[in-house]
Ligand binder design. Structure first.
Ligand code: ADP
Ligand code: NI
Length: 217
């Protein structure tokens, strides 16, 4: 099986796997992350581009929030897939990234020493900020039936502790828990530059949001 056929088979495997995910984690998220990862890697020359492509394609397939079952079982399924399509050579590298890419991954280390992970993680994180990030956050919040915003919870935590720590009670709170932190967590210079612009948009969005919410007060 040549590299092109392996990419086609992986695309098909990923499409089958993503059924049941929310639309912020759909095939188009994969397409965007793939493009971003390729761009970052072309600029930074950190990893082999075929491996970047396969890893970007597979990066969300074991997410236990959606894939269900046990994570270890999901990793085994991906391992079997890669072996069966003649990609045993990159198998361990790819699985290492899948295990570590998530913001909340329990496997994560603060300074991962893996260039392939830097690239794919940056791409995934860029897709969580900017206009697309806002759209995905509210989409995910809706999927979970979370509130858009709860002013009582946010202000209560602000006065008592001086920091905002509001669980996942609203999608606006998710901005403070995660989205506004992502620009500080980029691994590569290319992604840092892109994140700065997308971060500014998050701030602009919040400013407009609060302006409308607190209109007249
Ligand atoms: P990761 O894979 O980095 O752990 P997630 O899968 O948790 O990230 O999140 C992926 C997308 O879903 C992101 O765009 C993120 O902002 C959004 N998301 C995750 N949790 C929430 C939440 N509680 N409220 C709103 N959006 C969320
Ligand atoms: Ni992702």
């Amino acid at each position: 099986m040549n590299r092109n056929e392996q990419i086609l088979m992986t695309e098909e495997f990923v499409r089958q796997n993503l059924k049941g995910y929310d639309s912020g984690h759909d095939w188009w998220h994969i397409v965007r992350v793939r493009k971003l990862a390729m761009f970052i890697n072309d600029m930074e020359l950190l990893a082999d581009s075929f491996t970047v492509d396969i890893t970007a394609l597979l990066h969300d397939t074991a997410d236990s929030k959606f894939a269900g079952g046990d994570n270890e079982q999901n990793y085994l399924r991906i391992r079997d897939f890669l072996d069966s399509k003649g990609m045993s050579d990159i198998r361990d590298q790819v699985i290492h990234v899948i295990k570590n890419v998530s913001f909340s991954s329990k496997h994560k280390k603060d300074n991962p020493d893996d260039p392939l992970l830097w690239v794919v993680q940056d791409a995934d994180r860029l897709d969580a900020i900017g206009a697309i990030g806002v759209a995905r956050a509210f989409n995910y919040g809706g999927f979970r039936n979370n509130k858009i915003y709860d002013p009582e919870i946010v202000s209560q935590k602000e006065t008592s502790k001086g920091t905002i720590n509001v669980g996942s009670s609203s999608t606006i709170s998710h901005f403070y828990e995660k989205l506004l932190l992502l620009k500080y967590r980029m691994n590569t210079l290319t992604a840092k530059k892109m994140a700065a612009e997308r971060h500014e948009f998050l701030e602009l969005f919040l400013k407009q949001f609060y302006g409308e919410w607190y209109f007249g007060s």
